[in-house]
Structure formats: C-alpha cells, structure tokens
Design a protein around this ligand. Structure first.
Ligand code: PEP
Length: 233
C-alpha cells in the first residue's frame, strides 16, 4: 500500500527535517512518500521517499520562480507530483502543460504521481460525466508508463472534510482500472477516522494525504493503519 504526504505550502525546511526523522522511526517497508515544499527538498536516505510537488520541465533555464531538473538532481529527487488540482486551478496549469511535464519527467525516469479529479458540479451531474472527465484528463499522458501512480482526488473532497461514499470511490477506481494498470491512490480528506475504510476498498492501492499529513505522528499512524489493512476482494 502507498501512503503519500503532500505538505503543500506548509512546514519549513527545519520542520521537514525533524518530521522525516520522526517518520523514519516508525515506517517499515516501502511505499511512503513525502512531498515537502521546494525549499525543504534535501538529500534523504531511509525508507521514506522524498518527492517534489512541482518542477518545470527543463534541465535549467530562464523560468523565474520555478525549480527544474538541476535543483532536483542536487538532492537525488526522482519522484514528482503532477496535475494536483491546486496547480490546475490556482496556478492555471493546463492539460497541455501537464502533458509536457509528464513527458519530460518520464523521459528522465521519474516516478510520477499524476493527479486527476472532478469538480462537485460534475460529480452531481452523474457518474458517466465523471468517467468521461477522468478519461479525458488521463488521455494527455501515457497511462502505461512503468513508474506511474495515479491519484484520484475529487476536487470537492480536498481539504473539505467531505469524501465520496465508499461505493463511489470503488466505482471510480474500478473504472480507472480499465484505463491503466498503475497503482491507484485516493486523495481528499483522508484522516485517521476514515483511512481504514478507504484503503480496504478493492481497487484502492493507497492514499494521498494533505492536511492530515502535516503532523509526523498523525501521518505515521495513518501509515501504520494503512499497512495493516486486509483488503476486501
Ligand atoms: C491533497 O491536496 O492532495 C489532499 C488530499 O488534501 P487533503 O487531504 O487536505 O484533503
């Protein structure tokens, strides 16, 4: 099972270093990812894999405010989050931009967590519309890329405390399974109270966690719960 922490614009470099030390004490096995802000990227050896929340698709160059491959190579970062809804919506990243990021970092052999998800209006218009939207979002990338992980994150569930019903998650993941063999994460308001139910769903290979990942002890607990789940079939 995969458990990934997205800090967004939270925690400092110092806090991230302390966090990683705490997390390493409790993590056993693979599949734990931490995405700190760019200023907190660092060389890290241990079981936890550090990734970047974003990067510009270039080796280096004139891209003010962005980091590129050179800045990731410095710390041995080989994992990237692409397509998060906050980057799509707040930073205005188009599917075409995300496609070029995907292609660049896939060529460089990165593990890519590619995020997709629908708005509340779309969810309310029915499952066929959701399915069509997610299929469209995935059509911009090579869904058979060997180091791809897909994160299904309904936009309306992110940071809202709302989650789709377990049946809706199951239905969505099962439909995504027909489009890709990549591990499928669920993201959106995952916390200690609901992670066991979510990870138990057949077709959910892990979770991407925002708010509940900011405290190392809480996130360690989420990892522990997720790793102890016996899957339904
Ligand atoms: C996210 O932003 O990827 C996320 C899932 O956030 P939260 O857990 O806070 O809903």
């Amino acid at each position: 099972v995969i458990v990934a922490a997205n800090f967004k614009s939270n925690l400092t470099r110092e806090a991230t270093t302390t966090y990683l030390a705490t997390l390493e004490e409790s993590v056993d096995g693979e599949g734990v990812f931490v995405f700190p802000p760019s200023t907190a990227l660092q060389s890290h050896s241990g079981r936890v894999t550090l990734g970047t929340q974003n990067a510009y698709p270039a080796q280096n160059g004139a891209f003010t405010g962005e980091i590129a491959l050179d800045q990731l190579d410095e710390f041995g970062i080989k994992t990237i989050l692409i397509g998060h809804s906050e980057r799509r919506e707040i930073l205005g990243e188009s599917d075409e931009m995300l496609k070029s990021k995907f292609e660049f970092f896939a060529t460089k052999g990165f593990k890519i967590i590619y995020c997709i998800g629908e708005s509340l209006a779309l969810r309310e218009s029915g499952f066929e519309a959701v399915k069509e939207h997610l299929t469209h979002q995935l059509s911009f990338i090579d869904a058979s890329y060997k180091d791809l992980i897909i994160a299904y994150e309904p936009i309306w569930a992110i940071g809202s405390g709302l989650i789709p019903s377990l049946e809706q998650i199951k239905q969505t993941h099962s439909s995504l399974r027909s489009l890709s063999d990549a591990p499928l994460l669920y993201g959106g308001s995952v916390k200690e109270e609901n992670i066991a139910d979510i990870v138990s769903i057949y077709g959910v290979d892990g979770v991407l966690v925002g708010g509940a990942s900011l405290d190392a002890r809480v996130f360690s607990n989420l990892c522990r719960i997720a790793k102890n789940i016996n899957k339904e079939s």
